[in-house]
Write a protein that binds this ligand. Structure first.
Ligand SMILES: C[S@@+](CC[C@H](N)C(=O)[O-])C[C@H]1O[C@@H](n2cnc3c(N)ncnc32)[C@H](O)[C@@H]1O
Length: 357
């Protein structure tokens, strides 16, 4: 029988074996803990990266939505401009400075009138200036003879001048213009556009205070053309320019402004003046804001060469010009004394710069 010493020895041996196993197990557990720590750190990194990615995605989504909004606005603006352009195209008459009535004797609807000025006239004006290598963007612009202001509304928006002032002897009615813009579904009078009353031979503006002067379908009505041209020269800066459109010249087919009331070609050159004036009594002119007889009597009968002569005298040198002409049938009884060049010259678009006087 084994003694107590032998039993203790065996027990010690067994216990030492057990301790060894426990130490091995502890080492394994420590290693597992280390691995788990590493894995946890990696998971934390992954979580951080995922959060960054989520933030970036959110930013990208926000930017994309903003871009979509901008594109939608551009698309809406483009749709609106295209609709106007389509309407203007439908009613415009080839070559005219401004579209005539849909057919002679028929007044344009408000919508057609708005489109003819807001799109057609403004396009022609900006296009002619651009083709001359010039522009009105960021510049101070005066319009002499702003009328109902529709052209100026388009120029102030699309041409982006820093300031546009529309002058007229019959001041533009801003309330009416706002209503017209509203009815046409376009933005109203912007901050860079204002209107002021001018005199028949004076413009209330300081010397050399504008970079650009424009005038559209006005100079056939101006009673003191030389004085007004000198005023334009005075308010223009030395490096500025004038864009002038005149349509229709008096001796051309439509020169009497009688297309709403009289048939045939050149009616104003075929009947005595007093007969024409009597026939216009109580009627509205081609400019719906004006009585027809008043409009007729305002025509100054300038020819293209006379206009050019007055411009030279005022110190304005023509640098680019485009004739507006059309094929006409000349009535039998039209005066043979009238120069053919005047009968055929419907209008002109020109660009002039200050020259020494
Ligand atoms: C046929 S309208 C043209 C208006 C505008 N430019 C347009 O095309 O719609 C002619 C304009 O010239 C204006 N007018 C006539 N003589 C003028 C002058 N000396 N100075 C400024 N405006 C004048 C008239 O009051 C009228 O509004």
């Amino acid at each position: 029988m084994a003694g107590i010493g032998e039993w203790i020895k065996r027990k010690r041996f067994a216990t030492a074996g057990h301790v060894g196993m426990l130490e091995e197990r502890m080492a394994a557990i420590s290693s597992e803990i280390g691995e788990l720590r590493d894995s946890s750190a990696q998971t934390q990194d992954a979580v951080t990266q995922t959060q960054d990615a989520v933030t970036q995605t959110q930013d990208a989504v926000t930017q994309t939505l903003r871009h979509v909004g901008e594109l939608e606005k551009t698309a809406a603006d483009t749709r609106e401009a295209a609709a106007f352009a389509r309407r203007a195209l439908e009613i415009s008459t080839a070559g005219d400075g401004i579209s005539l009535a849909t057919s002679e004797h028929e007044r344009k609807s408000d919508e057609e009138w708005f489109a003819a000025h807001y799109v057609d006239a403004a396009d022609q004006l900006l296009g002619f200036i651009a083709a001359s290598g010039l522009g009105i963007g960021g510049r101070e612009v005066a319009d002499v003879g702003s009328g109902d202001g529709i052209i100026d509304l388009a120029l102030a928006t699309r041409g982006a001048p820093s300031r546009l002032v529309g002058f007229d002897v019959s001041p533009t009615d801003v309330g009416e213009l706002q209503l017209a813009a509203q009815a046409a579904g376009v933005d109203g009078v912007p901050d860079n556009l204002s209107f002021a009353e001018s005199g028949i031979d004076s413009i209330p503006a300081a010397d050399e205070s504008f970079d650009v002067v424009v005038t559209w379908s006005v100079f056939e009505h101006v009673s003191e053309p030389l004085a007004m041209l000198k005023e334009i020269r005075r308010i223009l800066r030395p490096d500025g320019f004038l864009f002038l459109q005149l349509w229709p010249f008096y001796y051309s087919d439509h020169g009497g402004h009688l297309w709403l009331t009289h048939g045939g070609g050149f009616p104003h050159l075929l009947s005595p003046n007093d007969e024409i004036i009597a026939s216009l009594e109580g009627k509205t002119g081609t400019d719906a804001r004006r009585p027809a007889d008043d409009e007729y009597l305002s025509l100054n009968r300038l020819t293209l060469n006379e206009l050019h002569e007055l411009m030279r005298e005022a110190g304005l040198g023509v640098r680019r010009a485009e004739l507006i002409s059309e094929t006409v049938n000349l009535p039998n009884d039209i005066s043979a004394d009238l120069p053919l060049s005047d009968l055929l010259t419907s209008g002109v678009k020109l660009l002039a710069v200050p020259s020494p006087v």
